[in-house]
Ligand binder design. Structure first.
Ligand SMILES: [Zn+2]
Ligand SMILES: [Zn+2]
Length: 279
């Protein structure tokens, strides 16, 4: 997940420019500060929890060290403050930066909130979600990669992300028959994991199958949805363009289209950034 998308994509999808611009600032700010890399945990100690469906970030036996993420946010947010940010983002980032200066414990609590601690009430939740997960995903990248190599996908096949527990924001149909398969994609930490090819990952009872809506002018992308729960998955059918087509924000127009059809997004969005989307 990153901000670099080809100009040709933005020419066809001009409404994505403000978010592309925001991403550019975040990428540059991250390039200016030392971003620590998370140490890869001893996965073997976590194996039993994995078999029981415990996500890596909630593991008791081999939890990745998250303490450096708070200081990373404390470094990133003031850096962004000095940049010409689009829309109302600038005001929100300044307010967040001031709040972090006032309260040295805040950054740690924001990380806890991102991981599901509801007792925390963050200022600017949309912005905290975007910046927080961006920093967290960047820090966790080596762990997400190593975890992907370690895990036996056939032993997971669950509806939520094996790393962080989020519901999938997108899916990818990859491979060629007979090895064609579906991967679900996490919009928060960037993990991709295997799931049954046609079933709905949002229904409690997973007997429901998804049907697809083709999107005009969007080769490779479609909206798969479930008649039973009205949940949908933006789906990339193909391989090779993962970083563009699975980035979630590059297909926000598909979320809009799904919303207009009365479908609901079950996955958390990092791009609930109000005015930036013209909303
Ligand atoms: Zn995840
Ligand atoms: Zn469903």
């Amino acid at each position: 997940m990153s901000g670099s998308v080809p100009e040709s994509w933005l020419v066809v999808h001009p409404y994505l420019r403000p978010i592309a611009e925001l991403w550019t600032h975040v990428d540059r700010a991250l390039a200016e500060i030392p971003v620590p890399a998370a140490a890869v945990p001893a996965f073997e100690s976590y194996r039993d929890e994995f078999e029981e469906g415990v996500t890596l970030l909630s593991s008791i036996r081999a939890p990745p060290e998250l303490a450096p993420v708070g200081p990373l946010l404390e470094a990133l947010i003031p850096r962004l403050e000095s940049r010409p940010l689009p829309g109302t983002v600038s005001g929100e980032v300044s307010a967040l930066s001031a709040a972090l200066r006032r309260d040295p414990e805040l950054s740690g609590r924001l990380v806890a909130w991102l991981l599901g601690d509801d007792s925390v009430e963050p200022p600017s939740p949309g912005m905290v979600r975007f910046l927080g997960w961006t920093a967290l995903a960047r820090y966790l990248r080596p762990v997400v990669e190593a975890f992907g190599q370690w895990r036996d996908e056939d032993r997971w096949l669950r509806r939520y992300c094996p790393t962080c527990g989020s519901l999938p924001s997108m899916a990818q149909i990859a491979g060629l028959d007979p090895a064609r398969h579906r991967l679900l994609s996490c919009g928060c930490c960037g993990s991709r994991w295997r799931f049954r090819r046609t079933q709905c990952p949002f229904c409690e009872n997973d007997a429901h199958r998804l049907s697809g809506i083709k999107v005009e002018g969007e080769a490779g992308l479609r909206i798969d949805h479930c008649e039973a729960c009205r949940g949908y998955l933006k789906t990339y059918e193909g391989m090779g363009q993962e970083s563009l087509l699975l980035a979630d924000w590059t297909s926000l127009h598909l979320d809009l289209l799904a919303h207009e059809r009365g479908l609901k997004r079950e996955a958390t969005s990092l791009y609930d950034l109000g005015s930036l989307l013209g909303g």
